[in-house]
Design a protein around this ligand. Structure first.
Ligand code: ARG
Ligand code: ZN
Ligand code: CA
Length: 250
């Protein structure tokens, strides 16, 4: 795919406290981060080491609609209740044609989670806890954003939208023995955390690279330390938009 694909986004804010009812500006700051990261317009991409090559994924995002709902629930877990009006949540709107994102407190230290392509339409989309949705870097003066460092640069949503668009974790959820089904990302022994020094290598036979690609959005490092997708990851995303693909409606 050479053209730019635009994905319309619907955000459902389900709040218990006032601060969980995040502002329109905070929501837009997250859309802005997605538009940078999926177009390789993020300034920190300059930190990609020479042995790796970052790619412009050529996807843009537009905010179509925001819904807001108060709930007496203080944490939602990961059982998809926030996606069901019958369980106090909000049903997805036209998930074949829109990326639905629910912003509600998940709890349990979980920043966000996503449904892979091919799952049920009724639960399709991305769930994010509000304090990780949006970016401190884009906070206008006089605005209050509810965000929690070091996950306050909007990269959790970049990671989750990566899953939603078919990407696996960079270490393949294995220990040097599993693949992410992408050939230009080295195998790794597990997730990386914090902000590792380059090079950090966890597997001996990793295709000749000197380091894990811990700066990939699909690792677990801090927001400030992840800043790239690869061409192989773009190809894996592109497959689902083809006729007959799980997200051809987008
Ligand atoms: N734990 C989440 C997941 O595996 C997201 C991790 C996001 N990491 C970050 N630095 N924002 O889906
Ligand atoms: Zn993940
Ligand atoms: Ca790989």
């Amino acid at each position: 795919r050479t053209g730019v694909l635009t994905i319309p986004v619907i955000v459902h804010v389900i709040y218990n406290t006032t601060q969980e009812n995040i502002s329109a500006a905070q929501i837009q700051s997250q859309i802005d981060v997605l538009n940078e990261d999926f177009r390789m317009l993020n300034s920190d991409v300059s930190g990609v080491p020479a042995e790796f090559t970052a790619a412009d994924v050529k996807i843009e995002f537009t905010l179509s609609q925001v819904t807001r709902k108060f709930s007496s629930k203080t944490s939602w877990g990961t059982n998809d209740a926030m996606k069901k009006s019958s369980q106090g949540g909000v049903d997805p709107i036209d998930p074949a044609n829109y990326l639905n994102m629910w912003v509600c407190n998940i709890g349990g230290g979980i920043l966000g989670y996503a449904q892979f392509p091919g799952g049920p339409a009724s639960t399709d989309g991305v769930v994010m806890s509000p304090q990780y949705f949006g970016s401190r870097d884009k906070q206008p003066s006089g605005e209050t954003f509810y965000l929690s460092s070091p996950f306050d640069k909007g990269r959790t949503a970049t990671h989750e939208v990566g899953h939603y668009l078919n990407l696996r974790h960079i270490w393949g959820d294995g220990n040097c023995n599993a693949d992410d089904f992408v050939s230009d990302t080295p195998v790794a022994g597990g997730p990386n955390y914090g902000c590792p020094n380059y090079p950090t290598k966890s597997c001996n036979n990793n295709g000749g690279f000197t380091s894990d690609m811990f700066m990939n959005y699909m690792d677990y490092v801090d927001d400030a330390c992840m800043f790239m997708f690869t061409a192989g990851q773009k190809a894996r995303m592109d497959a689902i938009f083809e006729p007959g693909g799980a997200r051809e409606g987008l």
